[in-house]
Design a protein around this ligand. Structure first.
Ligand SMILES: Nc1ncnc2c1ncn2[C@@H]1O[C@H](COP(=O)(O)OP(=O)(O)OP(=O)(O)O)[C@@H](O)[C@H]1O
Length: 699
């Protein structure tokens, strides 16, 4: 059980408040925030005025961020040191965490949660903390995975802030509820991030998309609730015992509450009404939870008093009578998308921190009082956070505990029983049980290790990088591979087949990248392709028409990749049937059997070609993309032009340059230079080996 922690932060007077010469009515004293009511202040004290001059509220933290010169001044760093580090330590232990900022429009929520470039806020600092912890712990065998998502709730609808959406219908995501993990947004994009820079990039992208508008108080007011979620998973294998814990961190910047203004247009009034509706629902949820929590604690204390005074063992009657007369109130989570999504953070499996932001100015007295009452209520909410442990890992731990218990039993039997026949029987059964459990643990540990390492290892071993661009995702690999081009319109996903390398080259690559990979997974330089019913194990298994048991072998020898068809197997490269060994070069189209089409990518070769292309920039023909000669939309089998590829391209360029010079349009020396460059390129293509497809065809 853990109470929601509440912090209050007072921002500096705004320009407007300064211009109005507003009085400061808020004071912070250690964990106490005091608000002075100047209306009462200005009157003479009288017995008829029961209103208090100063109302004091106590919180877990109070931050005075009004004047940087003030010794009490709480900077972004101070706030992070209290709240941010507490989010991080909870996440490292495997708890779900929610940190949300609540307050009137313009009171400093976005400043606290996001900050400005000059004064970074909690969210980026927390992200930095997640990765800097990884640096600190890099000596340990712990492995971490960080995935983020960013959404906005606007007018009670959800939009993905990290995905290009349909301009006409951007808010189409639906909220669903999983029976175990609770509410979630269906189809929300998750982004795997490996460093702080990537997170900041995504944060900036999302913030830029958020809806803002000018309000009376704030020129760039956020009109939506924004939830930035980090899924942080850690895995450690210690003494062959796995441990995997996962934490979901919700960082929420709520839209600011604002009084309705009749002069606003219809859309703005609807927007304000929706913001207020969700904030009102949040308020109801908070106060109902607070009431329930108080009731729960009073029941507990009554129970403990009753059971202390009552020696009868039927304590449950007392609980029944108390809870029977005063039922826990219904929590209307589903009345707004915001509260539904934050269900776990409010009264559920989460450690939650609320930052209530307020203005110190007298003109905001009502809003400040309302925020502080809200915050005061939230303090009473009791959550039930628990460490989120992987189910398999939990089972392994429980089995291990069981084994320890059985072993202790075995020892005690051995000590207590002198009769050998009786103890032999028992010993046998217990030993059998221990053995069975140990085998189960072994299997579960193996499964877990491969599950965990698979994703990370795939990215590390094959040096795959997943980068998100504006609308697309680029999957980059440094190693030669085949990319499947599926004809099946129902197939989704992209399949890359990495080709095995000779150990030496692989070793050099490893050293070069300072990356420790599993060398044994690629001990050969040949990749066998064939059917599953082949006598030999195939590295790439294909099924379908014209695929032979052993279809072909692709050898990768120091970066030179050749395809060797097995006799009679149907293989084409760039539309040309091949029967003998054929060198594959960047972008080659490979068809195996009748339907299996692949594009061959050789990243190292592509890099050289790219470099050469950049050198020859200015040449009108080569200024196109390197692969424009590969018209993937056309039926390449029927066209023989694709077989000439880069080599033919170079020849075309040289011919074109020659005719330019002939027409006298260019300086002879410049043309000569360009021709020399392209001749060099021609040599490179020709030198692609005696078995090279281009060479053989052109001859
Ligand atoms: N602690 C602070 N120190 C310095 N400036 C602050 C502080 N808090 C807020 N501000 C400034 O006050 C202005 C309003 O802050 P902010 O945008 O964070 O408000 P908000 O509560 O998010 O508003 P809304 O709900 O309308 O989006 C900004 O210019 C911000 O830089």
């Amino acid at each position: 059980m853990a109470n929601v922690k509440v912090a209050v932060r007072v921002r500096p007077l705004s320009k407007r408040e300064n211009a109005e010469e507003g009085r400061i009515i808020v004071e912070v004293d250690n964990k106490m925030a005091k608000v002075r009511n100047i209306k009462v202040d200005n009157r003479l004290d009288g017995p008829w005025d029961s209103r208090e001059k100063i109302v004091a509220f106590s919180f877990d933290y109070c931050y005075w961020s009004v004047d940087p010169e003030d010794p009490k001044y709480a900077s972004q760093e101070v706030v992070f040191q209290d709240l941010g580090t507490s989010v991080l330590s909870g996440a490292f232990k495997g708890y779900n965490i929610c940190l949300f900022a609540y307050g009137q429009t313009g009171s400093g929520k976005t400043y606290t949660m996001m900050g400005t470039p000059a004064s970074i806020g909690l969210t980026p600092r927390i992200c930095e903390g997640l990765f800097s912890r990884e640096d600190d712990y890099s000596e340990q065998p712990a492995s971490c995975r960080v995935e983020v998502s960013f959404l906005e709730i606007y007018n009670e609808r959800v939009r993905d802030l990290l995905k290009q959406s349909d301009h006409k219908k951007p808010y189409t995501l639906r909220v669903r509820e999983h029976p175990e993990t609770g509410p979630y947004v269906q189809g929300l994009s998750q982004h795997l991030v490996t460093d702080y820079k990537q997170v900041v990039g995504l944060l900036e992208e999302g913030i830029a998309k958020r809806i803002t508008a000018a309000t009376h108080i704030h020129d760039a007011s956020s009109r939506s609730h924004a939830i930035f979620t980090i899924h942080y998973t850690q895995a450690i294998l210690e003494n062959n015992l796995p441990s995997e814990i996962a934490s979901k961190i919700n960082l929420v910047d709520l839209a600011g509450s604002e009084r309705a203004d009749p002069s606003y247009c219809k859309d703005r009034i609807t927007e304000g009404a929706n913001i207020n509706k969700s904030l009102v629902t949040l308020g109801i949820v908070i106060s109902t939870l607070a009431q329930n929590s108080q009731m729960f604690s009073s029941c507990q204390s009554i129970n403990s008093i009753t059971s202390e005074g009552d020696s009868s063992p039927v304590g449950s009657h007392t609980t029944g009578s108390v809870s029977g007369t005063r039922r826990q109130a219904y929590i209307p989570y589903r009345d707004s998308i915001l509260t539904w999504l934050l269900k776990d953070s409010l009264g559920g499996n989460s450690k939650t921190i609320m930052v209530a932001t307020i203005s110190p100015a007298s003109s905001s007295y009502n809003e400040t009082m309302s925020t502080l009452r809200y915050a005061s209520n939230a303090k009473n909410i009791i959550n039930k956070p628990r460490v989120n442990e992987d189910a398999n890992v939990k089972l392994i731990r429980e089995l291990r505990e069981e084994i320890d218990r059985l072993k202790t039993m075995l020892i005690s039997f051995e000590l207590r029983n002198s009769s050998p026949s009786w103890s032999d029987d028992r010993d046998g059964n217990l030993t059998e049980l221990v053995l069975q459990n140990e085998m189960k643990i072994d299997q579960l540990t193996k499964d877990w290790t491969s599950k965990w390492t698979d994703r990370k290892a795939i990215m590390e071993e094959y040096s795959v990088d997943i980068n998100k661009e504006k609308v697309g995702v680029t999957i980059d690999s440094n190693l030669p591979h085949l990319m499947a081009m599926d004809d099946d319109i129902l197939s989704t996903g992209v399949v890359l087949y990495h080709l095995r390398m000779l150990p030496f080259l692989f070793f050099v690559l490893c050293i070069f990248r300072l990356c420790f990979l599993h060398l044994n997974t690629k001990k050969e330089g040949t990749t066998k392709i064939g059917r599953i019913d082949s006598d030999q194990e195939q590295d790439i298994v294909l099924q379908g028409q014209w695929i032979e048991r052993e279809h072909c072998i692709i050898s990768n020898n120091c970066g030179i990749v050749t395809l060797q068809p097995v006799q009679g197997a149907h293989c084409t490269v760039n539309g040309q049937e091949v029967t003998t060994a054929c060198r594959l070069s960047q972008g080659a189209l490979v068809v195996l059997g009748k339907v299996h089409k692949f594009r061959f990518n050789h990243p190292a070769e592509a890099a050289i070609l790219r470099q050469r292309r950049s050198i020859s920039e200015g040449s009108p023909i080569l200024s196109h993309g390197a692969l424009d000669w590969l018209n993937l939309d056309r039926d390449f089998i029927s066209s023989s032009t694709y077989i000439f590829s880069p080599l033919e391209k170079e020849r075309q360029v040289i011919t074109a340059l020659g005719s330019t010079a002939w027409r006298g349009g260019e300086q002879p020396s410049v043309v000569k230079e360009q021709v020399r460059d392209h001749l060099e390129k021609l040599d490179v293509y020709k030198s692609m080996g005696p078995n090279g497809m281009h060479l053989r065809v052109l001859r």
